[in-house]
Design a protein around this ligand. Structure first.
Ligand SMILES: NC(=O)c1ccc[n+]([C@@H]2O[C@H](COP(=O)([O-])OP(=O)(O)OC[C@H]3O[C@@H](n4cnc5c(N)ncnc54)[C@H](O)[C@@H]3O)[C@@H](O)[C@H]2O)c1
Length: 254
């Protein structure tokens, strides 16, 4: 029970890595606020947690909307009275609309930045005060290989994921004295719906070649990223502040 008595908000918890983290956090004793703009899938996450004896509620919210984000933390305070963990996981990858910067429309650029960066800004703006009020805790942000190495064809996504790394570091130094540890996970090639969108459904993607040049020779599982998030959320990571934690099968070092 590494998260016993902890309250965790996880964004994008209806699918992929966020859903795996919601299950794992609840198994480790946390009460989980499942946040997603997909209410149907979000309900499935909550139902699975409660069927297995855990505690979770769903807040349907678009993280890019201030009023909806404010509501997440109001509901969390009303239902659970505290907040210790904010896992900023929600993001979008728009393979067909994103691309080289000269070809992206302003609307696409704004849409991706709104969800992937403004969403983290809003969740931190309204979530961090709740963590401080609760005596401290952890913020976990989510970057990507695209934030640390050059990945073509997704310049708007890349811009957001690079910014998340810088933001993690500045938040970490700002809020560590108030007992809020801010860290960042850097995943790559994790088997989720986003991997389908970013790679598998791309006709030019050569899966065999990709896997042959990936040191791990396989995709990651959402549960493997969730385990890293669990560590960063738990007291075991009590001296981890502003860290950029890569979990990518070795892709960014090969
Ligand atoms: N899967 C990978 O290989 C990979 C690689 C690098 C980084 N990441 C990052 O990991 C995180 C999770 O990715 P994933 O693969 O699980 O993605 P996913 O697409 O499978 O899941 C993302 C979840 O976020 C939700 N979401 C999207 N827009 C939202 C919004 N505006 N408001 C609220 N919820 C919203 C979706 O409904 C979905 O449930 C993302 O930040 C992603 O950028 C993933």
């Amino acid at each position: 029970m590494r998260l016993k008595n902890k309250i965790a908000v996880i964004t994008g918890a209806a699918g992929g890595i966020g859903q795996a983290a919601a299950f794992l956090f609840s198994q480790e004793g946390a009460r989980v606020v499942v946040v997603d703009n997909d209410a149907e899938k979000g309900k499935e996450t909550v139902n699975k947690i409660t069927r297995e004896g855990g505690k979770a509620i769903l807040v349907k919210a678009d993280v890019s909307r201030r009023d909806e984000v404010e509501e997440i933390f109001k509901i969390t305070r009303k239902e659970y009275g505290a907040l210790h963990i904010l896992y900023n996981n929600a993001a979008i990858f728009l393979r067909k609309a994103d691309g080289p910067i000269t070809e992206i429309t302003e609307e696409t650029w704004d849409w991706i930045l709104d969800v992937n960066l403004r969403g983290v800004f809003l969740c931190c703006k309204y979530g961090i005060p709740e963590i401080i009020r609760s005596g401290g805790g952890a913020v976990i942000n989510t970057s990507s290989s695209a934030g640390v190495i050059g990945v073509p064809q997704c310049d708007a996504y890349t811009a957001t994921k690079g910014a998340i790394i810088s933001l993690t570091r500045s938040l970490a130094v700002e809020y560590a004295p108030q007992k809020v540890r801010v860290n960042c996970i850097v995943p790559c090639a994790v088997d989720t719906p986003m991997l389908n969108e970013s790679s598998r459904e791309d006709p030019s993607f050569d899966e065999a070649k990709f896997l042959a040049t990936t040191p791990a020779r396989r995709y990651g599982k959402p549960e493997e990223i969730a385990q890293m998030a669990l560590f960063l959320a738990s007291d075991e990571a009590s001296y981890c502040i502003g860290g950029i934690f890569v979990s990518d099968g070795g892709i960014t070092i090969s």
